[in-house]
Design a protein around this ligand. Structure first.
Ligand SMILES: [Zn+2]
Length: 166
């Protein structure tokens, strides 16, 4: 079952992709490749979902262009009709390829940010274990849970930010 975040990102990916396809479809190969890449990057979830977002963007974009632009060009010209069909079929294929590339880059970026979070949590953890309370009287290091200095017995006031004497 897809969650809300996946549904939202897929919808956003298809809307963005469709708009971009309408604008970029005249650029051969690179245009639909960019469209697919962006759609695949935005759509969260499985590679299949990202791929479909890219392909769907190109198909919806093509249908909109067919209805509002190409239909005015006189599609009774068979040669022109074939060029338009082949051009957009190629566009849909390259949007699919672009979406797989976009999904790979997006997944790698997600993985790296997860790793960074993991890395910083380790730092926080080790930070806690080496933190001591410095005795205001004799200056010796005490464990964080110490109320009185282990060396001279003076009271240690622990501050809220987790560490040292005040
Ligand atoms: Zn002390």
């Amino acid at each position: 079952m897809p969650n809300i975040k996946e549904i939202f990102s897929t919808t956003l990916a298809v809307i963005t992709g469709t708009a971009m396809y309408i604008l970029l479809n005249w650029i051969p190969i690179i245009g639909p490749l960019i469209v697919g890449f962006i759609a695949g990057f935005i759509a969260k979830g499985s590679v299949k979902r990202r791929f479909l977002s890219g392909v769907l963007s190109a198909i919806i974009g093509f249908v909109i262009l067919l209805l509002f632009v190409f239909s005015k060009w006189g599609l009774n010209n068979i040669l022109l009709l074939w060029i338009i069909l082949l051009w957009n079929l190629t566009g849909i294929v390259f949007a699919g390829i672009g979406s797989i590339l976009g999904s790979m880059i997006s997944s790698t970026a997600d993985m790296m940010s997860k790793f960074r979070r993991f890395d910083s949590s380790i730092h926080q953890y080790t930070g806690k274990t080496i933190r001591f309370n410095i005795c205001p009287n004799c200056g010796i290091s005490n464990p964080t849970d110490a109320v009185y200095c282990t060396s001279c017995g003076a009271a240690i006031v622990v501050r809220n930010d987790g560490g040292r004497y005040s």
